[in-house]
Design a protein around this ligand. Structure first.
Ligand SMILES: [Fe+2]
Ligand SMILES: [Fe+2]
Length: 241
């Protein structure tokens, strides 16, 4: 494989999956922070096509990084120290949420769009703040626990690789064809449902909630005479007071 191609793959997936020694959870996190901060600096010091090239790389890195933290690192550490400081995790997740909103918007924009650069700068500021919080509060807490950080690092590397391979971390422009194919498939299945409403009725609810089947009401046997009593009551004229 040509050196250039290899280095591109290595920078896309990170050193965690390129055959280097496995990294601990904290190394995975700190390396990810360094990588995105380098990309933020590259963005700030470049222009034109070079600047445009930086954004998708930073978004990829951030999507995979937040996934490995949310799926593995945060819940495991929270189990150990969350009772002492629940707001540390809630605030970190809210910061991830804000970053994801901006990432989603950037993935749906073209680099020349109005406010594209401004949005990326706001994302960079938010992420820098988040990194400071994680490195000053969360990572030192993890060092003081009996968590198997080497094992966690391997699990996080697998999540990161899975997310990057799945395409979730790819910018919109690269996913456009896949999205178009998905929309086409969804439209054709909706049309099929409209043509066959019975089929839709048999499908489980979309919300994923398991609803109980509606109870069939049993027809009660009507006692002889009661029907005539009811009839009589309904016919009875209202008493005048
Ligand atoms: Fe992080
Ligand atoms: Fe984070």
């Amino acid at each position: 494989m040509a050196g250039g191609t290899f280095s591109t793959i290595k920078s896309f997936f990170g050193a965690e999956t390129s055959g280097d020694a496995p990294k601990s959870a904290l190394e995975m996190i700190r390396d990810g922070h360094e990588r995105v901060q380098r990309l933020f600096e590259e963005f700030e010091s470049s222009e034109g096509a070079e600047r445009r090239r930086v954004v998708p790389n930073a978004l990829r890195e951030l999507v995979a990084h937040t996934a490995m933290e949310e799926e593995i690192f945060y819940p495991r550490l929270r189990r150990k120290v969350g009772a002492d400081d629940p707001s540390m995790f809630d605030e970190a997740l809210e910061e991830h949420h804000v970053a994801k909103v901006l990432i989603g918007e950037l993935q749906n924009m073209a680099p020349g769009d109005e406010r594209f650069d401004a949005k990326f700068k706001v994302l960079a500021e938010a992420v820098r703040h988040h990194i400071r919080e994680e490195e000053s509060k969360m990572l030192p807490r993890a060092e003081g626990t009996d968590l198997d950080l080497a094992q966690l690092g391997q699990e996080m590397a697998r999540v990161k690789e899975r997310v990057q391979r799945s395409g979730r971390a790819r910018p919109r422009s690269e996913r456009r064809q896949t999205a178009r194919d998905g929309a086409r498939a969804s439209r054709s299945s909706s049309a099929a449902e409209r043509r066959s409403p019975k089929k839709r009725a048999n499908q489980p609810p979309r919300s994923g909630r398991t609803s109980k089947p509606a109870r069939k009401r049993r027809a009660r046997p009507v006692a002889s005479g009661s029907r005539s009593k009811m009839r009589g009551r309904s016919r009875a004229p209202a008493r005048s007071r």
